[in-house]
Structures are given as structure tokens and as C-alpha cells.
Design a binder for this molecule. Structure first.
Ligand code: PLP
Length: 505
């Protein structure tokens, strides 16, 4: 495809995208296909000769779209929102066209500098402590997902804990190894031989390390602990699904008594199953009683809401955190992937992650950020562009309006559920998520959800809240309005009526 053809096809694609997004509400929200539906529709092998664009594009509507779940559909109420907006799509388009790989400042200075500036802007807009900004001891970075943010923090905390243990194990007065001296000085790394030597020693400390989270934490915390080869203590939350300070303090003290070493606590503001909030005001001091334990705060969805000052009461205690993540690609109109992570101490983050071969070094390393040290992959997309476009095109006030609209609509949905004696609301509705269920058995609620989803009129998913099967209703669409909520409730209550006719309460 040359530039002349791209101009034509690009315009057609923009037209297609606009028609798709404007008309998505007319489609079934979930596809009506069986597993494996696509294979018989496509050739067994890639074509030897180029297909024409017309042939390719015809297949999109006839073969791909029938298998799409439409996350931007006004009746999609599953999961959390998948951020999307025209400025963000344009940002990704430009990023793809520039096609730079911003692993270091030198690899594309604007890519790095815009990421620092935009995460500072966004951090300020959320009211994060100043330490989290690049002008303080910390700074922000854009990762691909919340899972990555949590893993990276856990790995950094693990490296720090092992350094402390190794230091404590040294006989008093013994000299630091070259490797330790380097890490202490500037987080620089180790030549190959030293890495080998340190790794062998590191593994002896791993069985002692313990991380903590609540039963309500996202499963990615458990996955991170598996990757990091550390124990994870999964703690019981209270009756509001919040982790409390006393529960954590007791678990940590018990572990210390058993000779283990607490090193990482992952908390959540806005849990996946019911949007509950761990109690940071209690957890923070409990963590601080133990030297060098890293406190992470996962606000993958809810964190975006702190752009509204009136919601910041839900992040009280954030001053105790060592790191915080939120995904603009969930609740801030920015397309996947865009997960922002801030740390209080950037040296502590990078100390365990720096590997610096000659081919990646450059002459400005001492005065610039090289984001390859802030995460797992080397190659990085220019993700800051889309967030920059979104922040500028909507403005903070536009984004606040979007968030507030979702909360208002969630409250109106909650009121509809409460007005119907057949149903109960199962979470404290603070943001855009309502968890509800028919007063009856889990089985009945499973049937209700299955028939609604099978109708293709509405899409929701279940979760377990305090041992009960509930249905999650999340407001997700950018242009969500009262009529969408009323329509959703109509569909739900009609299905409930039909079901209860068959299986009375
Ligand atoms: N944390 C929370 C609270 C979430 O709700 C989710 C996903 O919904 C995640 C983490 C994982 O997010 P990601 O898909 O970006 O890894």
C-alpha cells in the first residue's frame, strides 16, 4: 500500500469507525457464535499473492464483526469500561505512524519527555502526593496493564528486601561487595559475572519473603507472586469487603514471629468484584511499623475517579503508599493500553531492574529518564501521545463531567434495584458499579444472568460478594444516559419476571 492508496483507505476507515461507533447500539451486544466459528470462514494459509484491500475489508464486516463483543455498546455493562474516544484513537494512530520504540531518552526524546510530563499532569490532576511527581523523588510511567504495574513493584520490592537481608547477614564491619556499592550509589548494575554471583545468593532469601493482599484483590496480585516466587498471604476483608489495618498487622506480626520477612503489601481502591476500598488510613501505619515494606495501591478503575476532588475521600491514606496505579484505559476515555504507575522513590523502583548493555547506553544517561529501567519490556510504544490528546481535548473539567455522569447513572440504577422488592443491592455504590441479585438462590441468579446475556440485549458478568453470587452492572459507555439505564432495567426486570413465573422465589 502506498501513500496514495493509504489516503483513500484511511479516509474510508475513519468513515467506517465513525459509523461503527455511532451505530454500535443497533448491533447485538454479544456475538451469537460458537467456539471455532472463524476457522471455516478463512483460508487455511496466508495468501501467497497480495489480496486487494476491498477483499480484505469486506471480510471485516462479514467475518470478524459477527464474532465481536461490543465493549463500546450502550448496553455493555460487564467488567469495567474499556476506555475509548476519538482523541485517543487519533493518538494511537499517530503513535503507530511515528513508530518509535522509546526505551531510552535517546531512542526518541519526545517519547520519554512527554511520558514524564503527562504522568506529572495526570498525577497532579488526581491530587497525588507531590513525592510521586518527577519533580520530587518519584515519577510516573505508562505500563501496558495494571498487572504489569503490580508485578514491577513487587519485583522492585523483592530486590530491595533481598538487598536488606544480604546486608543484615554480613558480619559487622565487613566490606560491601562491588555490586552492593553500585546499587547503593546509583542503582547501576553489575557485570555478567556479578549478576550470576548475586542471583545465586538472592535465591536463598526468597523462601523468607511474604507479600500480602486481600481476598478482594485482583487475581493479578497472585499471578505476580507466582512469577516472583514469593509467598502471598491472602487476607480476609471486613463486612464491607475492605482490608483493615488490624488484620494486616496481625498477619505481619505472626509472620515475623515465625522468622519470615514481610516485604510487600498490595491494597486496592475500587476492587474488581464490588468496587470496595481497602482502609489505607489503618493499613498505612501498620505497614510503616515494619522497615522497608513496600505499600502498593491498585486503583486500576477507581483511581481515575480521583480527578474529581469530591471522590478523593476514598484515597485517604495515600500518603503512606510507595506506589499507585490507575488505568486511563479503563475509566478515562483512553484506549488500551495505558496504565499509569507512580512511585515515591524512582531509584528504589529501578535499582532491581537496571541492566545496561553498551548498545542501549547513550551520552545523556545521567540527566535523563530511560523508561526501560521502569518496567519489564525493552521496547515501548509512544503511549503518552493518546493520554496527552485526551487530557487536552477534554480538559480536566470534561473528564470530571464524564466520571460524574457515570456515578449519577449508577446511583439511578441502584435506586431502580432498591425500588423492586424482588432484588437487593449487594455493594456500597460509590462509583459506577452496582452489584445486585434476586433475593433467592445463587442458582436463580445464575439463570437470570445466563438468559439476559443469551438475549444479546445486555451484557453483564457475575462476581462473588461476601460468599454470594451477584450480578455486576457497570456504567461504561462514554455517552451513557438515563434512557440506557432505564432500558437496561426494563430488560433485567422482564427477564426476572419470566424466570420467576417458571421458578417462583
Ligand atoms: N486491578 C483491578 C482492581 C482491576 O479491576 C483489574 C482489571 O479489571 C486489574 C487490576 C487488572 O488490570 P489489567 O488488565 O490492566 O492487568
Amino acid at each position: 500500500m502506498d501513500a496514495a492508496e493509504f489516503r483513500v483507505r484511511g479516509q474510508e476507515m475513519v468513515e467506517y469507525i465513525c459509523n461503527y461507533l455511532e451505530g454500535v447500539g443497533k448491533r447485538r451486544v454479544t456475538p451469537d457464535v460458537e467456539p471455532g466459528y472463524l476457522r471455516p470462514l478463512l483460508p487455511e494459509e496466508a495468501p501467497q499473492q497480495a489480496d486487494s484491500w476491498d477483499q480484505i475489508f469486506a471480510d471485516v464486516e462479514s467475518k470478524i464483526m459477527p464474532g465481536i463483543t461490543h465493549w463500546q455498546h450502550p448496553q455493555f455493562h460487564a467488567y469495567f469500561p474499556s476506555g475509548n474516544s476519538y482523541p485517543s484513537i487519533l493518538g494511537d494512530m499517530l503513535s503507530d505512524a511515528i513508530g518509535c520504540i522509546g526505551f531510552s531518552w535517546a531512542a526518541s526524546p519526545a517519547c520519554t519527555e512527554l511520558e514524564t510530563i503527562v504522568t506529572d499532569w495526570f498525577g497532579k490532576a488526581l491530587g497525588l502526593p507531590e513525592d510521586f511527581l518527577s519533580t520530587g523523588s518519584g515519577g510516573g510511567v505508562i505500563q501496558g496493564s495494571a498487572s504489569e504495574c503490580i508485578l514491577v513493584c513487587m519485583l522492585a520490592a523483592r530486590a530491595h528486601a533481598i538487598r536488606q537481608l544480604r546486608r543484615a547477614a554480613r558480619p559487622p564491619g565487613s566490606p560491601t561487595t562491588t555490586a552492593e556499592a553500585l546499587l547503593e550509589e546509583d542503582g547501576a548494575l553489575l557485570d555478567d559475572e556479578q549478576v550470576g554471583e548475586e542471583t545465586a545468593t538472592d535465591s536463598t532469601y526468597l523462601p523468607k519473603l511474604v507479600a500480602y493482599c486481600s481476598k478482594e484483590s485482583h487475581s493479578c496480585v497472585e499471578k505476580a507472586a507466582r512469577i516472583a516466587l514469593v509467598r502471598l498471604r491472602i487476607l480476609e476483608p471486613d463486612e464491607h469487603s475492605a482490608l483493615r489495618g488490624a488484620t494486616l498487622a496481625k498477619a505481619m506480626e505472626d509472620d515475623v514471629r515465625r522468622g519470615l520477612v514481610p516485604f510487600f503489601v498490595s491494597t486496592t481502591l475500587g476492587t474488581t468484584s464490588c468496587c470496595s476500598f481497602d482502609n489505607l488510613v489503618e493499613i498505612g501505619p501498620a505497614v510503616r511499623r515494619h522497615a522497608d515494606v513496600w505499600l502498593h495501591v491498585d486503583g486500576a478503575y477507581a483511581g481515575n475517579g480521583f480527578i474529581c476532588p469530591e471522590l478523593r475521600e476514598h484515597m485517604q491514606g495515600i500518603q503512606y503508599a510507595d506506589s499507585f496505579n490507575t488505568n486511563p484505559n479503563k475509566w478515562l476515555l483512553t484506549s488500551f493500553d495505558c496504565s499509569t504507575l507512580w512511585v515515591r522513590d524512582r531509584r528504589r523502583l529501578t535499582a532491581g531492574l537496571i541492566v545496561d548493555p553498551l548498545y542501549l547506553q547513550h551520552s545523556n544517561m545521567d540527566e535523563t529518564i530511560d523508561y526501560r529501567h521502569w518496567g519489564i519490556p525493552l521496547s515501548r510504544r509512544f503511549r503518552a501521545l493518546k493520554l496527552w490528546f485526551v487530557l487536552r481535548r477534554y480538559g480536566i473539567q470534561g473528564l470530571q463531567k464524564y466520571v460524574r455522569n457515570h456515578i449519577r447513572l449508577a446511583k439511578s440504577f441502584e435506586a431502580l434495584v432498591r425500588d423492586d422488592h424482588r432484588f437487593e443491592v449487594c455493594n456500597d455504590v460509590k462509583l459506577g458499579l452496582v452489584c445486585f441479585r434476586l433475593r433467592g438462590t445463587d442458582r436463580l441468579n445464575q439463570q437470570l444472568l445466563a438468559t439476559i446475556n443469551a438475549s444479546g440485549k445486555l451484557h453483564m458478568i457475575p462476581s462473588m460478594v461476601r460468599g454470594k453470587y451477584v450480578i455486576r452492572f457497570c456504567v461504561v459507555s462514554e455517552s451513557a444516559c438515563a434512557a440506557d439505564i432505564e432500558h437496561a432495567w426494563e430488560v433485567i426486570s422482564e427477564h426476572a419476571t419470566d424466570l420467576l413465573d417458571e421458578v417462583p422465589l
